[in-house]
Design a protein around this ligand. Structure first.
Ligand code: HEC
Length: 102
């Protein structure tokens, strides 16, 4: 019986790890965004922007001024500037709130 539990634990451990990190990813910048930037609006409002690094820095400072608690400002600015840069294509048209195309 204990062997079965051990096997189950091993299997679950192997299977659970990718799921556990799946929603937010392991990127510390993405994690910061997902924790510091969702108190007042969804990440979609952020991820649909395409801004320069300077504009992202201003944006993050504006949000900090409004009450966002950002543990590592530079890390977040760097992440947003690389992930949602104004040199990237404009995102596809917005879907409705539940992710279903209207
Ligand atoms: C204290 C509440 C609050 C937090 C926390 C917050 N925001 Fe906002 N954010 C707002 C509000 C309110 C708006 C809408 C402003 C408007 O309509 O002009 C907004 C709008 C935005 C926009 C759209 C452009 C704009 O300036 O209106 C971006 C991009 C944005 N936030 C980024 C962020 C990021 C990045 C973080 C995390 C550091 C964050 N927000 C955290 C309140 C917040």
């Amino acid at each position: 019986m204990s062997k079965l539990w051990l096997t189950m634990a091993c299997l679950f451990g192997v299977v659970a790890v990718p799921f556990a990190s799946g929603s937010q990813g392991s990127d510390p910048g993405r994690k910061t965004e997902a924790t510091a930037c969702v108190a007042c609006h969804s990440t979609r409002l952020i991820d649909s922007q395409r801004l320069s690094a300077a504009a992202w820095a201003r944006e993050v400072d504006k949000m900090i001024g409004w009450g966002a608690i950002v543990p590592d400002r530079q890390l977040l600015v760097d992440y947003l500037a690389s992930e949602y840069s104004n040199s990237k294509p404009i995102p596809s048209p917005a879907t409705s709130g539940n992710g279903v195309k209207p």
